[in-house]
Design a protein around this ligand. Structure first.
Ligand code: GTP
Ligand code: MG
Length: 400
């Protein structure tokens, strides 16, 4: 058995236990800590004892970035390796902790005594013996003790955020905001995590799904917190929402884009030829105008979707899907320019024809709203296609 407890703090304390060779460490427990003087010592002690009971070499890494209380000293005294990360935030702390961790398996959890670090072995066994890449604790399938989770988190915040994650990323993970998790070093590297705030918890779930990790859900007990919460309700919830939307262009751009195009297209087709009677009303110019607007907005969003996916593919965030492969193999800047140019010319031609007809009728009263709207819409779509082609080509340069 070999438990490591070294300190490297900003106060310049010397390491009091020599660090063994990297390969020797089996389990690294990483805890972010911001003013958790009341809980961190207990968490570190429990983790150290659990590692000892497993009979493997391990370490507890506590990452602090701005505690003004004695958290760092208490954690170090309890046997943790304390690291000071200058960049603030829950995600920053974890990223630094994982970068410093030397174990083959990594366990993460809050340092506020809400998670029971005596159960670390249960988080390691599925990784070591059963071929899983990651273990997600689930409080919802386990037990939430009275006072552990505020009512608003349990019944409003968590269901909304978890529901959104389920919808956008088609995951069946029951408690995607549970803070106690474990994964293998290889799985950690495959996730390529980068966010710095509380949305880090969502990023792990999303990226683990993208990396197709084999995930095991482990029911756990959630205890009341010791010390003050560091969550800032709406602000942190928004960071999760923002992250989920940003990483899901299909729901953010593509779906509303296609809906707007279909809806607008139907309105344009309905009223392009003249007023139409439907549902006991007559529909005319106004419907045509809103329809055109809807098509333009929708097409914009569809282009944003293409931009986002092309960018993500170039940056290596996602594997190219079928249509993106089509885009890279069969599409070219020149083809985009030709198609966009033809649509632009068709629109322009329609506008010129209207002016020509008007002039040839002696510049009398002009009433060609329908044609003008359709021509203008075509011109907008054409120009957008042409310039979008340049932007897409720019983003594909590296890839080609
Ligand atoms: N180093 C560091 N740790 C942080 C930061 N923000 C939060 N933490 C720690 O991250 C863990 C999670 O924060 P909590 O305040 O417990 O958030 P939560 O678990 O969602 O909310 P509670 O239910 O109130 O516990 C705790 O151990 C905090 O001390 C930060 O900016 N830096
Ligand atoms: Mg907590």
């Amino acid at each position: 058995m070999n438990i490591v407890g070294t300190v490297s703090s900003s106060e310049g304390e010397a390491a009091h236990t020599p660090a063994p060779h990297a390969q020797e460490i089996v389990v690294s427990v990483v805890m972010p800590c911001l003013n958790e003087a009341m809980g961190v010592g207990k968490c570190v002690e429990k983790a150290m004892k659990a590692i000892a009971a497993m009979g493997v070499a391990g370490e507890v890494v506590v990452v602090d970035n701005g505690s003004t209380d004695d958290s760092a000293k208490i954690a170090a005294a309890a046997g943790a390796r304390v690291i000071h990360e200058p960049r603030r935030g829950y995600g920053s702390a974890y990223l630094r902790g994982f970068a410093e961790a030397r174990g083959k398996y990594m366990v993460m959890g809050d340092s506020d005594d809400t998670y029971d670090f005596s159960t670390i072995a249960d988080f390691i066994k599925p990784l070591r013996d059963d071929g899983f890449d990651m273990v997600m604790g689930t409080r919802l399938k386990g037990k939430i003790l009275p006072g552990a989770m505020p009512w608003s988190h349990r019944w409003i915040g968590n269901p909304i955020l978890s529901g959104m994650l389920k919808l956008l990323y088609h995951t069946r993970i029951s408690d995607s905001h549970c803070g106690m998790r474990s994964f293998t070093r290889e799985a950690y590297e495959r996730m390529r995590l980068q966010t710095t705030g509380m949305e880090f918890a969502s990023e792990i779930v999303v990226n683990s799904l993208r990396a197709k990790l084999k995930i095991h859900e482990l029911p756990i007990t959630y205890y009341p917190r010791i010390g003050e919460s560091k969550l800032s309700g709406l602000r942190d919830a928004w960071r999760h929402v923002r992250f989920m939307l940003m990483y899901s262009p299909s729901y953010l751009f593509q779906l509303p884009g296609i809906l707007l195009c279909l809806l607008g297209g139907a309105a344009v087709i309905l009223t392009a030829g003249g007023p139409r009677s439907l549902f006991g009303h007559t529909w005319d110019f106004h419907v045509l105008l809103f329809g055109a607007l809807s098509v333009i907005m929708g097409y914009n969003l569809v282009l944003f979707d293409v931009f986002a996916k092309t960018f993500s593919m170039g940056a290596g965030f996602v594997e190219p899907k079928k249509w993106l492969r089509f885009l890279t193999n069969f599409w070219s800047l020149e083809k985009g320019l030709i198609v966009g140019g033809l649509v632009l010319l068709a629109g322009l031609g329609l506008e010129i024809k209207i002016i020509y007809d008007w002039a040839s009728h002696g510049y009398g009263r002009l009433m060609a709203v329908r044609g003008v709207v359709i021509g203008m819409t075509a011109m907008v779509l054409g120009v957008q296609t042409m310039f979008a082609s340049f932007l897409i080509s720019l983003m594909l340069i590296k890839r080609r």
